[in-house]
Design a binder for this molecule. Sequence first.
Ligand code: SF4
Ligand code: SF4
Length: 367
Amino acid sequence: MFFHLIVTDDCNLCCSYCRGKMFDEEDPAGHSPGTIDETICENLAFPLTELYAFLARDQHAVLTFIGGEPLVRSDLVMEIMDDAPVKRFMLQTNGTLLAKLPKEYTNRFETILISIDGDKALTDRHRGEGIYDMVLSTANLIRKNGYKGELIARMTIAEDTDIFSAVTHLANHFTSIHWQMDADFTGDFSHRRFAVWSEEYNAGIRRLVSEWVSRIEKTGVVPKWYPFLSTTEDLLLGRSSKLRCGSGYANYSIMTNGWIAPCPIMVGMADYYAGHVKDADPIHLPEVPIGEPCLSCDIYGFCGGRCLYSNIVRPWRDESRLVCGTVRALHDALVENLPRIQKMLDDGTLSMEAFAHTRYNGCEIIP
Ligand code: SF4
Ligand code: SF4
């Protein structure tokens, strides 16, 4: 099982699509998040012995540190890495404190997701002046210090993102890239030009999928652009997928008070808790399923429902057709280009192993 551990809610940045707009919400969500747990605290505040006893019951447990910015509490991260009965660790970080983490710890992460949105202007506009340079120099430093795990550029995309330019730019620096749309979590739709932008985005995705396949044709290597990688592998194998981020059945989040939520965004949504680390069985946690309208959607097997949080809270109301339209555009672009990939497989210039990747590693897959 994959577990995110929220070590702190504290963060040293104030990104425009995160804390930068938390005080700026106006439109109410479509549905209630249900009972709110008032006992959530800023920093991890339950006995680590309970965490270790919980994790010890799952010999395949994978632990991902997340925040806030988890390295604000690097002391706790290192202590847990020293003592937790876990073989595989991952990290989701904004990259600003990673250079200070001793390499003996950094080099133990199987995967690091590091936040960067595209080129310098775009990244610094959303994340703060100087962040782009800092993240790239940190990425270079950890590689120089012997980091051999997967380093994933984790983008948040918004209405000023040209998806083709941003991804192809980051591909100069990272072999693994994932992006997630700023289309959830706050009721700010009325301030946004999302409707117009989503059309531009869909056109950009068509172009980007074609570029991705061209790169495979030229090199025989499949760039790990996650929204294309996992989905294409399934299309080639004729497989459908449940919720692709794994939340609520393969991926759970341990909050600062020890309660277990289906995903890191569902902090405090007590009606959906899967138990508490002090007495839950990590390999038999209750599933929190996706509901309508996704179950009746004709591309549910491709999309998997996109996002459990959104399926429950419905932050979009009528705008859902735009967000779902981006999923359909992704699906159609991949299907359109599938014969080019199938030809390489048939010719023997490409094998299915080239699509191998770790599922549920923190990439949501469907942007
Ligand atoms: S495209 Fe939209 S309605 Fe269809 S499964 Fe995905 S999120 Fe649900
Ligand atoms: S995509 Fe998955 S991990 Fe992300 S907010 Fe939605 S349910 Fe949570």
